[in-house]
Design a binder for this molecule. Sequence first.
Ligand code: ARG
Ligand code: ZN
Length: 875
Amino acid sequence: QITRLDDYRAPDYLIDTVSLEFELDASETRVSSKLKMRRNPEGQGGPCILNGEYLTLVSIALDGKTLAGNEYQRTTDTLLLPQVPASFELEVVTLIHPDQNTALEGLYHSGAILCTQCEAEGFRRITYYPDRPDVMAVFTVTLIADAKKWPMLLANGNRQASGEMEDGRHWVRWHDPHPKPSYLFALVAGDLYCQQDQFTTMSGRQVLLEIYVDPENHNKCDHALNSLKQAMRWDEDVYGREYDLDVFMIVAVNDFNMGAMENKGLNIFNAACVLASPETATDADFYTIQSIVGHEYFHNWSGNRVTCRDWFQLSLKEGFTVLRDQQFSADMNSAAVQRIDDVDQLRSMQFAEDAGPMAHPVRPDSYIEISNFYTVTIYEKGAEVVGMLKTLTGPEGFRKGTDLYFSRHDGQAVTTDDFVKAIEDANQLDLTQFKRWYSQAGTPVLIVEAHYDADKQVLELTLRQSCPATPGQPEKQPFVIPVAMGLLSSSGASLPLQLDTETSAVDAETRVLTLTEQSQTFRFIHLTEEPVVSVLRGFSAPVKVKFERDNETLAFLMAHDRDSFNRWDAGQQLLIQIMLRMVEQYQSDKTLDLPEILLDRLQHVLDDPSIDPALVARMLSLPSENYLAAQMTIADVDAIHAVRKYVKQQIAQRLKAGFNTRYQALNQAQVYEFNASQMAQRSLKNVCLGYLMATGDPMQTQRCLKQMKQADNMTDLLAGLRLMVDQPGPEREHALRAFYEQWQHDRQVVDKWLTVQAVSDLPDALFRVKALLKHPAFSMKNPNNVRALIGQFCRNNPVHFHAKDGSGYRFLAEQILLLDKLNPQVAARQLGAFNSWRRYDAERQALMKKSLSDIAGAQDLSADVYEIVNKYLAD
Ligand code: ARG
Ligand code: ZN
C-alpha cells in the first residue's frame, strides 16, 4: 500500500488532551486511554478513524457510554466510529503483549526493562489513536507496576504524583505540558541505576539531568552526562534555544532498532550510543556518543517544539538536527576533522544510495513503509541542504532565519517549505529554485573547466551541472549550487578574487560562486600568473566534481591549499586517480605502477609536524574498497582488493622509517582523556601501526602485541586486535580468545569482537561468521549483534561478501528471511548490502538477482522488506 505526499489531508479530528493509564506487565499490559477529541474545522468531518495494530480490544466508551459491537467497525489496523458529536470524550481499553514484541516497535522489553519506541508509527501498537504527527496533544500518563520488579517508572514531562498500592504495586503520574504528536510518547519501567546532575539554563531555571542504565554500567555514564551539558549550553549559545521542562532523562537499553530517540524529556538510547568508559569504548565511540546525545537533545526544538506535518517532511527535523549536531561536534572538537569525516560518510553511503534503485529526494513523494526512509539521504544529504542555506545566507542571516522559524512555528507541525520560507523571509531572499534540492533525487555532477589567458591576465572558470536520472525522475532542472573556491599562486599564496563585473577584489582567500544555470562562466581578472584553482572548498555542495587535473596539480593542492578539507580531498583524488589506473593495469596483467609523486607527498605529510596529527592520519588513509568500487563502471572487487593491498604495502615499505619514528613519538603513556588532541594522537599512532604491520616484519607483530598488552583504553587495544586478526597464525587465534575471555561480560565490547572477525581479510571469513551465529554471545533478536556480525560482513568485507561462488549473497538472503519474521526494520536494513548490485560484473549480478528473487518470492514478507527488494529488482 503506497502513501503519497499529494494525498495529504488535514486530520478530521483533533485531540486536546490524552490521559493514559498503563498496568504494566511483560506478558500482558492493560492500556486505558481517555481522549478529549473534537472535529477539526479544517478537516472533512465524517467518521472518526483511529489507527491500531496488534491490539486486543477490551472496551470502548463514547462520552461515558459503552459502545456495543455494532456501533463501531474494526479492521486489522483501524477502529472506525461512524457517528461522533462535534466534541467528545473517547475511552478505550486495550491489552498488549510486550514479550511477544520482537519488532521493537511500540511497548517491548529489553532484558528486564520495559520500554517504548514510537517513531514513526509505533504508537498504534500501544493504543487506538490518530497516529500522525500533525495531531498534537497534552499527555498525562499514569504507570502502574510491581514495585520490586520495576521500581523506576518514567514517562514524558514532569513527575506529578506517585503512590503505593496494597497489592505490592506502585504508581507514578507524569504530565507533559507541551502538546506533542504520539511518536514522541515514551515510557520506561525498570530496575536501573540512575546518575544525576544539574543544569542551569540561560534564564536561570534549574533542570535535573538523569541517566538510567543497567546497574553494571554505573561507571559508564559520565561521558554522556558531560556531553548533554555541553549540548544544552551550546544550543543556548549558538541557536538561542533553552530547555523547557524540570527534568531531562536518558535511558540506555540493549535492544534498539536505531541509535536513539528524542522522546520529549525522556530520550531512549541504544546502549551502544550512550555508555562509555575508556577501557570499553573507543575514541570513535566517545565521539559518536557526544554527537548523538547532542542530536537527540537538539531535537527538543528541531523536532519536538516544531514538528513535522507528515512523514514526507522527515528531513525537516532530521536534516536540520544532523546539521546542528555536526556544528556542535565541530565546535567541541576539530572542525576540519569533523568536515572530512562527514563528507567521507556522505560520499561513501549517500552517493551510493542516490545512484541506486532506492534513490529518493530529501522530501520523498511516496513510500510503502516509512521506516525505510530513515536514510542517509533524509539525514545526511538533508543536513547538507540546510548547510547550503547557511552558506547562502551567512551565519547571521541563517540565525535570523532559524529564530524566525522557531518563533513562527512553535507548537506546530510544519513542512520543509515552511522552513525554507522562514529563511527566505528573514533574509529577503527568493529560494524557489533552491527548493529543487528537496524535490529532485540524484547527485548532481559539477563539471569544472579552467582556462588562463596570459595576455589578458584572465582566468575563465566554467562551471556546468548535470544530474543523472533516478527512479521516476528522468529529467532534472538545474540546482542552485554554491561553489566555494580560491586561487593559488605557484608558491601557494592566495591570489586576488576579482570578477570582470566587479570594481574591486574580494578581500578573502575563499569566495562563493553560485551556479544556478546549467552552465556559467566566471572571469577572474588581474592575474599575473596562471593560478591553481581550488574548488568546492569545505565541500560547499553535495555534488561530484569532475575537474581534470594531473597528479602534479593534485599533489600541489595536497601540500598548499589553504582549506584543510581540500588538502585532504586533493590527496584522496590523487589516490583514487592512481589506484584506478593501477586497477586497469592489474586487469590487463601489466606491472603495477605507483607514481613516485604520491610516495613523496605522503612522506612529506608524515614528516610535517605542523599538520594536526588527526589530519595526517586521514591523509594517510586509503579510500575504502567500496568507495573505489563506486568510481568504476563495472566494479572489480578482486582487482580493487589486490591493488589496495599492494599500495598499502608499498607505502609501508617506503615510509617505514617515518612510521617508526612517529609511532614511537606518539606512543607515550598518558591518562586517557576524550579530547581532540589525544584522539588525534591515537588515530595517527594506530595508522602508523597499521602500515608497520603491512611491512610483514615479524618485529612489528611483537610491537602490536605489546601495544595490546599495555593498552589501558579500548582504542589502542582494538586497533591492535584488528591488525592481529588479519594475520594468519596462532597469535591471531590467541589474541581473539584472550580478548573474548577478558570482555565477554560486556555487550558493547563483544560486538566489537564480532565485527573484527566479520571484516577479516582471511579466506575463512564467511565460515567464521556462520559459526559465530551459533555462539552464545550472538542473538538474532538483538539488533546490535546483527549489525556487528551480519551487517559488517556484508558491507565492510567486500571480497568475501562478493565471493564469486555467490556464497555471501546466499548467506545474506537466508539471514534476511529469518530476520524478517522477528524484526522487519532490521531485516530491511540488511538488504542495503545489495544496493549497488547493478554495478558488478554479469556473473555477480546474476547471483545477486537470484538471491534477491529468493527473498522476493518468500511468503508473508513484511512491508519493509517487500518495498526494498522490489525496488531493487525493478532497477
Ligand atoms: N528520530 C530518531 C533520531 O534520528 C530516529 C528514530 C527512528 N526510528 C525508527 N523506527 N525508524 O534521532
Ligand atoms: Zn534525529
